[in-house]
Design a protein around this ligand. Structure first.
Ligand code: HEC
Ligand code: HEC
Length: 286
């Protein structure tokens, strides 16, 4: 090992140490999540076989305060359900040159039960891995003759929350082999790459330090089974890629854009780390 490498390593450790200086292990807690006294969520289960860094996987819900957790247990309390209702209206509203609504082709939104659980997913005809947002915009542009929605904008995130809501309680089960494998590997590489002045990777926080307190926040495993999430902090629905962007920005790095190939690959990889947890979206977080 050369001298410069050693110095570089020390710098990385110094930056990381300052972030974790006050770290104290605090959880996950052992409460179970049941929504509307009806949907029993799997918030803790064995890690999928491909995942070496964790034995047990936990939903982010397990790391929130009792008060925040409670908001997610009943749809009347969960503010996200207002946007889900709005999206339910949009679902039935015709738009674009073909005069069609989502319902014209897909009938009742319950026909989408199970779809959220398997996205991102390889699309054979397009020859690409698609997030649910990409698929929605494909339907808007190519089947409805309508304008695409902004990738992580309000209309899109509301629709994505509606689609998640009808899959709640079903196990996340994204495919990582076959034609999706190279995208998955690209996502994995990004997950373990150190970014920014702090030189921290996703794994440094969400695999090596989950359960610890970091800057007064209880660090989870960074799972995405709860997305979109209503955050008490910004009182709106937040898309997966917006959260990725925020986390990378917190390392003081320039970040990828929502909908970029890098974030699509990262989403597939992060989703696969949660295979076996229940679809929880729209969830509630701080
Ligand atoms: C400096 C530490 C740090 C790094 C690096 C980091 N995060 Fe986070 N992340 C956090 C904190 C703090 C939170 C909020 C508490 C929590 O849910 O863990 C969070 C939350 C999340 C959540 C929301 C979890 C939920 O249940 O709502 C996801 C998803 C996430 N991070 C993914 C990532 C990904 C992917 C990367 C790499 C691109 C990353 N994070 C890098 C600190 C970090
Ligand atoms: C003109 C008919 C049509 C309309 C209108 C339409 N879709 Fe689709 N949609 C399809 C077809 C066909 C597929 C299968 C396409 C494929 O696999 O490439 C599909 C697939 C999907 C899927 C993926 C399903 C799966 O099992 O993987 C989602 C999600 C979806 N549409 C959402 C929507 C939403 C939301 C709207 C309204 C904004 C909409 N669609 C409007 C025809 C339509």
């Amino acid at each position: 090992m050369t001298r410069t490498t050693v110095t570089g390593g020390r710098l990385i450790m110094a930056a990381a140490a300052s972030v974790f200086a006050l770290a104290a292990y605090a959880g996950p807690d052992e409460d179970e999540l049941v929504v509307n006294d009806e949907i029993e969520m799997v918030t803790k289960t064995d890690a999928p076989a491909h995942l070496d860094g964790l034995d047990t996987i936990y939903s982010g819900w397990r790391f929130r305060s009792d008060e925040t957790q409670a908001v997610q247990t009943d749809d009347f309390d969960n503010p996200a359900m207002l946007w889900v209702e709005q999206a339910g209206e949009v679902w039935k509203t015709a738009e674009g040159s073909e005069g069609k609504s989502c319902a014209s082709c897909h009938n009742d939104v319950d026909s989408m039960a199970g779809v959220r659980a398997v996205y991102p997913k390889w699309n054979e005809a397009a020859g690409e891995v698609r997030t649910i947002e990409m698929q929605i915009n494909d339907c808007r542009e190519n089947r409805m003759g309508a304008e695409p929605w902004k990738y992580a904008g309000g209309d899109m995130t509301n629709m994505s929350a509606l689609l998640a809501s009808v899959s709640r309680g079903m196990p996340v089960n994204v495919a990582i082999d076959g034609p999706a494998q190279s995208t998955w590997e690209k996502g994995k590489e990004i997950y373990y790459t150190r970014y920014g002045q702090l030189e921290l990777s996703c794994a440094n926080c969400h695999e090596d330090n989950w359960g610890n307190m970091i800057r007064a926040d209880h660090l989870s495993q960074g799972q995405i089974n709860g997305f979109p999430t209503y955050r008490l902090k910004n009182t709106k629905l937040n898309a997966v890629h917006s959260r990725f962007k925020g986390c990378i920005r917190d390392t003081r790095a320039h970040t990828f854009s929502p909908g970029s190939p890098e974030f699509v690959a990262l989403e597939l990889y992060v989703a696969s780390r949660g295979n076996g947890l229940s679809v929880e979206g729209p969830s509630v977080r701080n």
